[in-house]
Write a protein that binds this ligand. Structure first.
Ligand code: DGY
Length: 322
């Protein structure tokens, strides 16, 4: 019998051709809706391999249900949807998709910096709604990005790629990270700062840190109060790193100027989400890595990891030691 592979979202045939040739592949046949938990659990019981999205909770119950399970290949660089400790205990390999998405995610992050600073979404809506009556000196005037200070919290590979873009805008680059990044300091002129100093000095505070127990709720009222009144806050990592209620208050009270958000505490959000009512919020539906090229590269990496593990080899991009 061929090993059973379950893919938790409809992916194009061309992306999974190798799997289809060699394995018994089953797929949740919807592209824009997550597989219901019960179906996911039932499929996992049969599976040797899972190809999952960040919308699937791969918790201990799921992992225990997968009696034959050898690998969970997550189509994301972040893997906070997976109980990695339980996977390691149960001998299940977990893989993610690092590096292939650095540039696309950094592009979107920098686009959020620009869009929030220059009020681009607000301006586009203004034109589309027929409100443009004349050119005027301060019509939708925002803030410059060039020559300002950007503070990057979480200087992993994507953080560094954001910093690289900032050099093109001749920005001063501050970063905060668990460990010093000497390569970013030497190559990009980034300067290490404490979290407090970064918040106090940055014009743009960009959150790129993964979600862990230490980073959950990191951006709370205290953090926003330390930022400049003109500061723009951008989050392209994970929603729960930010206390959304506190962010809302900080924006409404004018403690910071604007926010660009690609991620939210509970996704997806509806149009009644309080942050969406604010003109100075640019909101995206978690599309950091969503270019066609990058999404295909992420699928390819998942497919390679599954094929390697099911043929008894080490995966390319493991996140756990079993
Ligand atoms: C990731 O890879 O973790 C992104 O958030 C999904 O594109």
């Amino acid at each position: 019998m061929k090993p059973y592979v379950f893919i938790s979202r409809k992916l194009p045939d061309e992306a999974i051709a190798i799997l289809k040739e060699k394995y018994d592949v089953h797929m949740w046949e919807q592209e824009d809706a997550a597989v219901p938990y019960e179906v996911f659990l039932e499929e996992t019981k049969k599976a040797d391999a899972l190809l999952t999205m960040l919308s699937e909770p791969v918790n201990e119950d799921v992992l225990k249900a997968g009696e034959k399970l050898k690998i969970v290949a997550n189509m994301a660089v972040g893997y906070d949807n997976i109980d990695v400790k339980a996977a390691s205990r149960l001998g299940v390999t977990v893989t993610n998709t690092p590096n292939v998405l650095n540039d696309s995610t950094a592009d979107l992050t920098f686009a959020l910096v620009l869009a929030a600073a220059r009020r681009m979404v607000e301006a586009s809506e203004f034109v589309k709604e027929g409100n443009w009556k004349s050119w005027s000196p301060f019509l939708l005037a925002g803030q410059d990005v060039h020559h300002k200070t950007i503070g990057i919290v979480g200087m992993g590979n994507i953080g560094k790629t954001v910093a690289k873009r900032a050099t093109g805008f001749e920005m001063e680059i501050l970063y905060h990270n668990r460990s010093r990044k000497h390569d970013a300091e030497q190559e990009l002129g980034a300067k290490y700062a404490s979290f407090k100093e970064l918040l106090e000095r940055s014009d743009f505070v960009v959150c790129m840190t993964p979600l862990t127990e230490e980073t959950r709720n990191l951006f709370n009222r205290n953090a926003f109060k330390k930022m400049k009144q003109q500061a723009v806050f951008v989050n392209a990592s994970r929603g729960p790193v930010v206390n959304e209620h506190d962010l809302y208050e900080a924006l409404v009270e004018g403690e910071i100027a604007a926010a660009g958000l690609d991620v939210f505490a509970e996704e997806p959000i509806g149009s009644d989400h309080p942050l969406l009512g604010l003109k100075n919020v640019v909101a995206m539906p978690h599309i950091g890595s969503a270019s066609m090229e990058t999404r295909f590269a992420m699928m390819k990496l998942c497919v390679e990891n599954i094929d390697l593990v099911l043929s008894g080899n080490a995966p390319k991009t493991p996140v756990n030691k079993k």
